[in-house]
Structures are given as structure tokens and as C-alpha cells.
Design a protein around this ligand. Structure first.
Ligand SMILES: NC(=O)c1ccc[n+]([C@@H]2O[C@H](COP(=O)([O-])OP(=O)(O)OC[C@H]3O[C@@H](n4cnc5c(N)ncnc54)[C@H](O)[C@@H]3O)[C@@H](O)[C@H]2O)c1
Ligand SMILES: [Zn+2]
Ligand SMILES: [Zn+2]
Length: 366
């Protein structure tokens, strides 16, 4: 066991605290990873606000890159010294989803078996089974994805959650390709990544929607061909108009990605699709939210598909190295997502800046 500094949320809405935690030595199937960087994702804020579950205290942070420090007995595949991006989809290979070949839906993803604790022994719940606002964390070995060690940790670590979720929503769940149009509602880290993914896939037009002009500027930098400020104009009408300018007769976008996680923006996405279009919900709603009232005839009559995208339907072992490679070739600007590098004691302030829309990603650098 060793003691390290880490960021913990003890109760709903209380500020996070930098405390000392106990990290067990890795057991079978486990690894201890020395964290180099960890992005601040909106999902960490959801945890802190009690929007995911009530299993306080949480060890926050889950968009991380680092170096494997130690592995448990019998571990193969990763070794001390490996540079890894942590993932929250260590597929089991044995559940019904894995057995039928849908590994991206694995119902039994692996996390460390042992628990990290507060100094008094209270068990911590690591955010998404990771908990990486910490000098070191304990994970299942399958949560470590080896990538090119020359890549910048602050940038490629973001593939561990939000950026992968966004890119994957576009290229995996939405299956965007050349000849298809895309719209993304909500352009935080996840939404802008969806914009980048749509552009990478060759979709056109790629329409970015947000209520914050700063976010729309960033979306343009990352590949949006059009931007819509939905605090100023009706986004559904704007998306329909822009798509019809490119494709005669289009009544909306082929794929609309909702990256806010709210009923009203989900409803906008529903109606902004072309006939037989796909809606991809990647934003995470809170438990009190319900599907907005929509006439069932509209669901039937418009056809298409209403999908959700967990982690961009990614397979870390397939998608992380591929995206790191595109980053190194200069085809995917992961650096553009890193608005600022901050310290471990700056997580609470980073939540504030996120709340005010000042950042795409604050990245804690250790
Ligand atoms: N599905 C997944 O696997 C997954 C993974 C990571 C994050 N998420 C979720 O994705 C969502 C976005 O995360 P993020 O880190 O990008 O958050 P963020 O706070 O950085 O971004 C949210 C964006 O939505 C915009 N917005 C808010 N209300 C809006 C409205 N009414 N219309 C248009 N835009 C609006 C904000 O201005 C902001 O730019 C969160 O719900 C997060 O929990 C999902
Ligand atoms: Zn499985
Ligand atoms: Zn996240």
C-alpha cells in the first residue's frame, strides 16, 4: 500500500478536497498507474453534484494519461514503464454482448477489484472506475491502453473520455461518412470532438450549435463548416436551411448529435434530422429528466434511429492508437482541446470555469 494526494468529493455540492488516500499494491489483474495528466470532464461535475449516483465519497478524474508503475502477479500485456491512456471500457470477453461480438456494449467491464480508501479506511468510489485526479491510481489492467510514448500526455489523455465519446458518437454510433450531413448540439469538449470526428469522416456540412459564441469559434477551428448560435436563432430551422443549401430537398441533417444532455436539446435534435436520419444522444441526462413529449406519429413518420452513445461506442484498443496516430500526423488537433493546464488543487476552480463556459478542457498536470 502507498499514500498519495488525490481529489475527493465527500458530499453533494460541497467543494472538492485535496486529501491523502491509500492506494493498494496491485493484485491479480490490476495495475498502479502514475498519473501525468487528467482532463476535467463534465461527468466529474455530475458525480460531484450527485447526478450519477450517491456512492460518496468519490475519487474524481477519469481522462488520464500516465505511466504504469507496477502490475499484479500474472499480468501480461502491460508492464512497468509503459505509457498508457486510461479507459473505462476494459471489455470482459465473456458477457452476452462480448460473446455475440458487440464488445463496445460489454455489460461487465473490468475495474480494479481492490478499493482505494481515505486514510481512515473509508472506501472511495473512483469516477468511472478510474479516479485519476491523483498522483497514482489503481485500475484493472485492461483499463490501460498503450499508446505512442512520444505523444503529449495532456492531449492524448483526453481520448480517455470526452474526446473519444465525441469522436466516437460521430464515427462509430452515427457512422458518418462522405456524402452525409452532420449537426452537433452543444459544443463543449464532447461536442467539439463530435464536430472534429464528423469532419474527419468527411461529412459535410458539419453544423455546430451552441448558446455560447466562444464555443462556436472553437468548433469552427475543429472543422465546423457552419455555426448556429441557438440563443439567437431557432437551431432546427437553421440546420434545415443549411442542409437544404447543400443537398436539394434535404429536410435536416443525416445525423444530429446531442452533446448537452437535456430534454429540450434532445427534442431539437429529434426535429433537426432529415427523414430517416439518426439522432445520437451523447450528453448525459440527470435521473429526473424524461423524454420530451413528442407525438408518436412523428417518431414513426420520420423514420430513422434514436440512439445513445456510451463512450462513443469505442473499443479503446482499436480506437486510441488510431486517433493518436492521426494526431501525430497532424490530422486531428487534440492540442486544441487543451485550454489550460492546471494543478491538482485547481479542480474546483476548473469546474467553475467549465460552468461559465470559459474552457473546452482544463487539464490537471501532475
Ligand atoms: N456519453 C458519454 O460517454 C459521455 C462521455 C463524456 C461526457 N459526456 C457528457 O457529455 C455532455 C457534455 O460534456 P462536456 O464535457 O462537453 O461539457 P461542457 O460543459 O464542456 O459542454 C456543454 C456545452 O453545451 C452547451 N449548452 C448548454 N446548454 C445548451 C443549449 N440549451 N443549447 C446548446 N448548447 C448548450 C454549453 O454552452 C457547452 O458548450 C455532458 O452531459 C457529459 O456528462 C458523455
Ligand atoms: Zn463483456
Ligand atoms: Zn468523462
Amino acid at each position: 500500500m502507498q499514500q498519495v494526494k488525490a481529489v475527493v468529493a465527500r458530499s453533494k455540492d460541497a467543494p472538492v478536497e485535496l486529501v491523502t488516500i491509500n492506494v493498494p499494491d496491485p493484485g491479480p489483474g490490476e495495475a498502479v498507474v502514475k498519473i501525468q495528466t487528467c482532463g476535467v470532464c463534465h461527468t466529474d461535475l455530475h458525480y460531484k453534484q450527485g447526478g450519477i449516483n450517491d456512492e460518496f465519497p468519490f475519487l474524481l478524474g477519469h481522462e488520464a494519461a500516465g505511466v504504469v508503475e507496477a502490475v499484479g502477479p500474472d499480468v501480461t500485456g502491460v508492464a512497468p514503464g509503459d505509457f498508457v491512456v486510461l479507459n473505462w471500457r476494459a471489455v470482459c470477453g465473456e458477457c452476452r454482448a462480448c460473446k455475440r461480438g458487440d464488445l463496445q456494449y460489454c455489460f461487465n467491464t473490468h475495474n480494479a477489484t481492490q478499493r482505494m480508501t481515505l486514510e481512515d479506511g473509508t472506501e472511495l468510489t473512483p469516477a468511472l472506475g478510474i479516479g485519476a485526479f491523483a498522483e497514482k491510481t489503481l485500475v484493472a489492467v485492461g483499463q490501460c491502453t498503450k499508446v505512442d510514448p512520444d505523444a503529449r500526455a495532456a492531449a492524448v489523455g483526453l481520448l480517455g473520455c470526452g474526446v473519444m465519446a465525441g469522436i466516437g458518437a460521430a464515427i462509430n454510433t452515427g457512422a458518418l461518412t462522405r456524402g452525409r450531413s452532420a449537426a452537433v448540439i452543444g459544443c463543449g469538449g464532447v461536442g467539439v470532438a463530435a464536430v472534429a470526428g464528423a469532419a474527419l469522416a468527411g461529412a459535410s456540412p458539419v453544423i455546430a450549435v451552441d448558446i455560447d459564441a466562444k464555443k462556436l469559434e472553437k468548433a469552427r477551428e475543429l472543422g465546423a463548416t457552419h455555426v448556429v448560435d441557438s440563443s439567437q436563432e431557432d437551431p432546427v430551422e437553421a440546420i434545415k436551411r443549411i442542409c437544404a443549401e447543400t443537398y436539394e430537398g434535404a429536410e435536416g441533417a443525416d445525423v444530429v448529435i446531442e452533446a448537452v444532455g437535456r430534454p429540450e436539446t434532445w427534442k431539437q435534435a429529434f426535429y433537426a434530422r432529415d427523414l430517416a436520419g439518426v439522432l445520437v444522444l451523447v450528453g448525459v441526462p440527470t435521473p429526473d429528466m424524461t423524454v420530451p413529449e413528442i407525438p408518436l406519429i412523428d417518431v414513426f413518420g420520420r423514420g430513422g434511429a434514436l440512439k445513445s452513445s456510451w463512450y462513443g461506442d469505442c473499443l479503446p484498443s482499436r480506437d486510441f492508437p488510431m486517433l493518436v496516430d492521426l494526431y501525430r500526423q497532424g490530422r486531428l488537433d487534440l492540442d486544441a482541446f487543451v485550454t489550460e493546464e492546471v494543478g491538482l488543487d485547481d479542480v474546483e476552480a476548473s469546474f467553475e470555469r467549465m460552468h461559465h463556459g470559459d474552457v473546452l478542457r482544463s487539464v490537471v498536470v501532475l
